[in-house]
Design a protein around this ligand. Sequence first.
Ligand code: BES
Ligand code: MN
Ligand code: MN
Length: 451
Amino acid sequence: MVKEYIAQHQERFLQELFDLLRIPSVSADSKFKTDVRKAAEYVKVKLLEAGATKVELVETKGHPIVFGEKIIDPALPTVLVYGHYDVQPADPLHLWISPAFEPVVKDGKIYARGACDDKGQFYMHIKAFEIMNKQNTLPCNVKFMIEGEEEVGSDNLPIFVKEYKEKLKADIILISDTSLISLEHPSITVGLRGLSYLEVEVTGPNRDLHSGVYGGAVANPINVLAQLIASLHDENGKVNIPGFYDAVVNPTEEEREALNKAPFNLEHYKKDLDIADVKGEKGYTTIERTGIRPTLDVNGIWGGYTGEGAKTVLPSKASAKISMRLVPNQDSATITELFTKHFQAIAPSSVKVKVTPHHGGQPAVTSTTSKAYLAAEKAFEEVWGKKPIPTRDGGSIPIVSLFKKELGLETVLMGFGLDSDAIHSPNEHYGIKNFTIGIETIVAFYKHFAK
Ligand code: BES
Ligand code: MN
Ligand code: MN
């Protein structure tokens, strides 16, 4: 019945999603402010059409939060669906095979910014909700909270969550914003890394200098920054910041073994990325390096002359954006502080350094024994004919730990993307199969959860 409904309405479902994907709701760039709101309005309309009885745009200091609900009986359990309608910037634009905000289907995949992260994924929930309403099978209450600032750190969400605890009252949070191992190996994410993101600026002389007249006698901020960054890892790939690993809870041998049992093909992994070898912390597998180990990466670096041709210049400044991915029990604010202290301590006296924290988020581990997790497991068994494998994802969704802390709620991370979907990259895409089977699995989840 559900399968038939999806097949019958698939064309419309996709057209609706495409309309959403056409709205460039880039939260990071104020140029798109009205488009971000347009996306929120669109989500509101679609929630109402799907059967929500009440939907509002909750204003924040930044972009609005779409909150909708359908309460069929206060005595029944309530599922709170979280998602985000904002997307990452589409840059670099010239690397897109087709324009980022003009969705097209190629080889069964939808290509557009946000196709997988997270428009295509949260839209599955609106369509699953429509199906249950149309077929009179909605077995419990549903609330939707779709925000517009996830990609910029969800600064205003904690304020909303703290202020509207009553409104958000639920039994479980359900999120599709993570990935599967593959369509052959379904999985449920049970852990996410935390994040600490900051910017560093190294200043040398008070102005750009001639690199011949002054070169060799005055510290070059780019040279210094490169040295400082290089020193942040030791020869074993460990992060070289005092105290960085202090809070890390090391998983047991059994946990590591279970983690490494997940299907993973290193050759395919390398081939997909066109790299001859992987690189990371010594003594850990690739799955462990992204799942249970903390890391430090430079996300951007700039300074000096980068235009056409050559300019002989010893620049005054150099900067970099740095992210650290955190694992339980590391604390984002503490790590930011440790980094700042260390970076200032190792800077030579020939330069000044400034560290500016951006945003962060705490790591999260979700239950594999909760009623909701077991319901998700059953849903996968029913629709996929296979038991889903619990996995740890390397990305971050900071609100998961916030929901736990503020609302005392567990989350089920039922994502249907693939690591190869190129989220945050040019040519982001999402399989139509992932979209339709995701809808089917979500409907099955409600059935088992409300039993
Ligand atoms: N959906 C991603 C997080 C994700 C991706 C989790 C793949 C697991 C697998 C989310 O939209 C995201 O990009 N989060 C940011 C953090 C945020 C604070 C900017 C991230 O992980 O960089
Ligand atoms: Mn996302
Ligand atoms: Mn994202």
